[in-house]
Each structure stands twice: as structure tokens, then as C-alpha cells.
Design a protein around this ligand. Sequence first.
Ligand SMILES: [Zn+2]
Length: 82
Amino acid sequence: MTRLLFWIGFIVLVVMALRSKFREAAPRPPARRAPGPAPAAQAEAESMACCAHCGMYFPASEAVRADGRDFCSPAHARLPSH
Ligand SMILES: [Zn+2]
């Protein structure tokens, strides 16, 4: 009985080793999708704006525009820039 358990464990280990080797060799389709950038890349691709008051960078879509300049918040848009 002990021998049978040993062989079962041995076979399981061999199968697991072969599986991990196969996974390393095979290309992973979900990880490297050629068409279209990943969601994280899309977020990075969004244009950034710089606050005219504090100089902080933020997504341009969240910019508060005043006097032709971009601000990070309505509060900074009201404050005089330096
Ligand atoms: Zn600001």
C-alpha cells in the first residue's frame, strides 16, 4: 500500500512538472493580445494636464479650465497663479 501511494505521488509530481514546463513554453493568448492596447495602457495614453496653480499632473478630462489655462480643481482655478 505504501508503495502504491509513493507511485501515485510520484506520477502527480511528474505531471505537475510537465504541466508547468508546458505553460512556460506555450504562449499565453490572454496575456499578449495583439489587437488593441490593454486597459492599463489606455489609462496611461489619456492626455495629462498640468495645473497652472500647483503644477500637479492629472487627466485632461478632469481639468477645470479658466482663462485658457488648466487647473486641477475649481478651488485652484479661483486662486491666482504664480
Ligand atoms: Zn492645482
